[in-house]
Ligand binder design. Structure first.
Ligand code: FMN
Length: 322
């Protein structure tokens, strides 16, 4: 299957693994890339730019295929040294960067000067158009269903993707709620050139995270995610757990008076404890509604091959039947 995205990134299948905090290590990125998709190392999971340089080198030992690095611009307690991370990406010879969060204008000149292709992940048509206007090569359009930060507009992909298709000239992939061959065919039908998955790739054998997390995704249904931090305009879709319930209770109690410091116990520094140590209730962690479609823990190769085979079957059988 050739699309503008497979051509742009030099990959076999139009399937991208989005950056995920404390999930997107070299092992997962390489496994996705080796299976013909585009794997992504999460830049800011690495505490320093030197650590990112080492992670990029480790990934290169595991794959000779293209892979990406994610750079996320979200409100954080201490502003990361973005120029140093960009230097590590450029020096590491990485060809593709996924940016997300704020407008990536501050890092774009350095990335473009180095010939790096940039795919910006955003949750609205207006931000997609902005990304296009500042010179991004592609966008990842993240619908309301997505795990992580869905923005504040709450537009699901059945509306958001065709709206993006109507307005954008650069290619885009569908992100949020994507799980299988049905998702891929639907994404293509709605005008996307491929799909980006987060949650689905966590429940794979190579995702270097605790088995408790993978099992939680297999066990959860599409009803089990919650939106937290809405009053702070930093909405995050997370798996429901004791910490999410505690956090939502604080939001209800404090109303408009809620400040970030009130919820530090539920959000600060929890990712390594959940993802690496498997402490499932220690804090809130991103998870998409698509967890309701996850029933197993295949290898990345099995997952991608299954997606492509199902997509091709649907395209062939549906059109023949019609
Ligand atoms: C555990 C987890 C951590 C994530 N961390 C990041 C991140 O650090 N930066 C980012 O741009 N997106 C992050 N995301 C969003 C994913 O890259 C992707 O856009 C999203 O998961 C797509 O929705 P889906 O989960 O329905 O596939 C994260 C998602 C999950 C599930």
């Amino acid at each position: 299957m050739k699309t503008r995205i497979t051509e742009l990134f030099g990959i076999e299948h139009p399937i991208i693994q989005g950056g995920m905090h404390y999930v997107g290590f070299a092992e997962l990125a390489a496994a996705v890339s080796n299976a013909g998709g585009l794997g992504t190392i999460t830049g800011l999971t690495q505490p320093t730019a030197q650590d990112l340089a080492r992670e990029i080198a480790r990934c290169r030992e595991l794959t000779d295929k293209p892979f990406a690095v994610n750079l996320t611009f979200l409100p954080s307690l201490a502003e990361p040294d973005y120029p140093a991370y960009v230097e590590a990406i450029v020096a590491g010879g990485v060809g593709i960067v996924e940016t997300a969060g704020r407008n990536p204008e501050q890092v774009l000149p350095a990335l473009k000067d180095a010939g790096i292709r940039v795919i910006h992940k955003c949750t609205s048509v207006r931000h997609s158009l902005k990304a296009q206007s500042i010179g991004c090569d592609a966008v990842s359009v993240d619908g309301f269903e997505c795990g992580g930060h869905p923005g504040e507009d709450d537009v699901p992909n059945f509306i958001l993707l065709p709206r993006a298709a109507d307005e954008l000239e650069i290619p885009f992939v569908a992100s949020g709620g994507m799980a299988d061959g049905r998702s891929l065919v639907a994404a293509l039908a709605l005008g996307a050139e491929g799909m980006n998955m987060g949650t689905r790739f966590m429940a794979t054998r190579e995702a270097p995270i605790h088995d408790n997390v993978k099992q939680a995704l297999v066990d959860a249904s599409e009803l089990d995610t919650r939106l937290v931090m809405r009053p702070l305009r930093n909405t995050e879709r997370v798996l429901n757990n004791a910490a999410a319930e505690r956090l939502l209770e604080k939001e209800r109690k404090l109303g408009a008076d809620l400040v970030f410091e009130d919820i530090l116990d539920e959000v600060a520094g929890i990712y390594p404890r959940v993802m690496l140590d498997g402490e499932m209730d220690i804090g809130v962690w991103s998870c998409g509604m698509v967890t309701g479609l996850i029933d197993d823990i295949p290898s990345c190769r099995e997952l991608i091959q299954r997606i492509m085979a199902q997509a091709e079957d649907i395209l062939r059988e549906r059109s023949a039947a019609l």
